[in-house]
Design a protein around this ligand. Sequence first.
Ligand SMILES: [Zn+2]
Length: 255
Amino acid sequence: MRFVDSHTHIYLRGSEDVEAMSAAGVEGVVVCSYFPVKPTGPSTLIDLHRWLTEVEPERLKKYGILTLVAVGIHPRSIPSTGVGEVLDHISSLFESGKASALGEVGLETAGSEEEKILIRQIDLAKSYGLPMIFHTPRQNKAQVFDRLLKLIEGQKVDMTKVIIDHLSAGLVVRARELNANVGITVQSGKMSEQDVVSIISSAGAEGIMVNSDLSNQPSDPLTLPKVAKTLIDAGINKEDVLKVTYSNAKKILKF
Ligand SMILES: [Zn+2]
């Protein structure tokens, strides 16, 4: 089988993991921007984005894996100074085609600074017609999700380009009703393989993408193959399994 992992921070993992993913059939990964400490200035994120766009695709290519890079200011990575400079750099990466999506961006506490910076980023991605990958937090997920949806709708974004990630089962239907795409992160403490079975059984496979959110935190590079096996064993038809582990991500993110 073939897989695309639609949300990773694979730059925080060693090449042994990349090799294992490639051997298991992962042929594409989305690399999302996130820096685990609050940056003291703009150069932290500018250099992170250079790493993701200039180094990561070449490293993964050696293992036959195609990379799609998403750049943006994560709500937990807002620099203390120089947000405008980071946005200018993001804009130049969109302009040159080195980055092909906005992400991951979103709201953590939904404070006014987070919201202002998010709106500027949405406007930027919208002007380039790019997909947008939105984070939702572990804490107050439903509340922040509502706020995020209002904000996205307020910016008149084409919902088919929106991916709302790390959703819980209860929020999937709401997002799909609005035509937004959904990311489901399978990880201990987030969603389980069995949760994916029940989501697809009730909401179908359209617009849904499974991901590992692979990072330096506990996460599994073989999430996609393992989820696919569980889905097939549970009797989900192969076409739907392919959609949530491969083809939806290819179509929506334009791999
Ligand atoms: Zn992430």
